[in-house]
Design a binder for this molecule. Structure first.
Ligand code: IMP
Ligand code: MG
Length: 334
C-alpha cells in the first residue's frame, strides 16, 4: 500500500484509503496541492463557472488479495452537482490503455458511479477555447488547417433545415433569438433568414476565462437590450463543448421568466460534455477536434472561413505565446 501499482505510469492516481482530502474544496484552485498543470487549469475553469468540485475525495478499491485491498483508484475530481468523477490524464493516447483498464474495472465494480476521462488533447482544446486570452490576428496560415469538416453547401443545407424546423415549431409565435457573441454571429445571421415566423434578435457577451486574465468568474459583460419575460426565446450557440457556458446561460436566462426557452446549437461536441445541458436543435454532432470557420475562432483567427475546418492539433498544442509565468508547472506530457 502507498506504492504505485502501475510503475509505468507517471501519475500517482493509485493511493491508499484516507490519503484523499476529505474537505469540501470550493474556489480553492490556488490553494489545493495539485499534481500537474492540467489539474490546476481544470480547477480554475470549474471555479470560473461556479461548478463545485472536490479534489480526490474518494478512493475506490479495485483489487484485493485475500481480504486485503491490493489496488486503489482515486479519481482526480468529483463534481457533486453533476454527480460525476473526472479523471485527467496527461498521458499520450497510446499510453492510456492501462488507465482505461482501471476505469473499466471501476465501472464494473461500482456501476452506479459516473466517471469521465479527460485526455491531454481535451485539455489543449479547453485551453484553445478558453485559456489563452491573447489575440493573434497577424498570421492566417492555410497550413494550420487539417481538413474541411463541413463544407459551405453542407452548412447551408443544414441551416435551412433547422430554420424550417423552428418555423414549424414556432408557427404563429414570435421568437427572440439570443446569440452569444461572437462565434455565433455567422450562424445566427443565416438561421434567422431561414426562419419564416417573426423573429427578434438580441446578443449577449460573456467574460471568458483566460490564463493570467483578470476575470475570476463568468459574468455577462454585454447584456441583452430587451427584457425577455413572457417571450419565446431560442438561445443560439455556435458550439457546445463542456456545456459550462450553456449551463451558466440557461440558468441566467431562466431567471428572467421567458415563456419558453430552447437551445439551438450549430455544433455539438457531445464527447466533451462535463455538465449535461438540453439541446433542442442541433446542426451537427462533431468529433473531439478543435474547429474553426463560419464564426468559430482560434484566438480570433479563421472566423471568416466559409466552411468549418479542423485545426491542426500542433497549432493549439504548441501556442507561441504561452510564457513560463502563465504556466507555473512543467508539462507532464507522458
Ligand atoms: P463550452 O463552454 O465548453 O461548452 O464551450 C463553448 C464555447 O467554447 C463556444 O461558444 C466557443 O466559443 C468555444 N469553443 C468550444 N469548442 C470550440 C472549437 O472547437 N472551436 C472554437 N471555439 C470553441
Ligand atoms: Mg472563441
Amino acid at each position: 500500500m502507498g506504492e504505485r501499482s502501475d510503475p509505468g505510469e507517471e501519475e500517482a492516481d493509485t493511493m491508499p484509503i484516507g490519503d484523499g482530502d476529505e474537505d469540501f474544496v470550493d474556489s480553492l484552485a490556488g490553494e489545493t496541492a495539485f499534481v500537474n498543470p492540467m489539474e490546476v487549469e481544470f480547477a480554475r475553469l470549474l471555479d470560473f463557472y461556479h461548478i463545485p468540485w472536490l479534489y480526490e475525495p474518494t478512493s475506490f478499491a479495485l483489487n484485493w488479495s485475500g481480504d486485503q485491498v491490493s489496488e486503489m483508484f482515486t479519481p482526480d475530481f468529483y463534481l457533486p452537482d453533476q454527480d460525476l468523477y473526472v479523471e485527467l490524464t496527461t498521458m499520450r493516447q497510446r499510453l492510456v490503455t492501462r488507465k482505461h483498464r482501471k476505469l473499466r474495472r471501476l465501472r464494473d465494480l461500482y456501476p452506479t458511479i459516473n466517471v469521465r476521462l479527460l485526455y491531454n488533447r481535451d485539455y489543449h482544446q479547453l485551453l484553445a477555447a478558453y485559456g489563452y486570452g491573447a489575440v493573434e490576428i497577424a498570421s492566417l496560415r492555410e497550413e494550420d488547417i487539417e481538413r474541411i469538416l463541413v463544407s459551405r453547401d453542407e452548412l447551408a443545407a443544414r441551416v435551412a433545415q433547422l430554420g424550417e424546423q423552428i418555423s414549424r415549431d414556432y408557427a404563429g409565435r414570435p421568437v427572440v433569438l439570443i446569440g452569444v457573441l461572437k462565434g455565433v454571429t455567422f450562424f445566427l445571421a443565416d438561421l434567422a433568414r431561414a426562419i419564416t415566423s417573426a423573429v427578434a434578435i438580441d446578443f449577449l457577451a460573456l467574460a471568458r476565462p483566460a490564463r493570467g486574465g483578470s476575470e475570476r468568474a463568468v459574468r455577462i459583460v454585454k447584456d441583452l437590450d430587451r427584457d425577455i419575460a413572457g417571450m419565446h426565446v431560442i438561445l443560439v450557440e455556435d458550439v457546445v463543448n463542456t456545456g459550462l457556458t450553456l449551463d451558466f446561460l440557461l440558468k441566467a436566462l431562466r431567471a428572467r421568466g421567458p415563456a419558453t426557452l430552447t437551445v439551438c446549437t450549430l455544433l455539438d461536441k457531445a464527447e466533451q460534455r462535463i455538465v449535461p445541458v438540453p439541446l433542442d436543435y442541433t446542426g451537427f454532432v462533431i468529433p473531439d477536434e478543435f474547429v474553426v470557420g463560419y464564426g468559430l475562432d482560434y484566438r480570433e483567427l479563421h472566423r471568416n472561413l466559409p466552411f468549418l475546418a479542423i485545426l491542426k492539433r500542433q497549432v493549439y498544442t504548441t501556442p507561441p505565446l504561452v510564457t513560463a509565468t502563465a504556466l507555473p508547472l512543467p508539462f507532464a506530457e507522458s
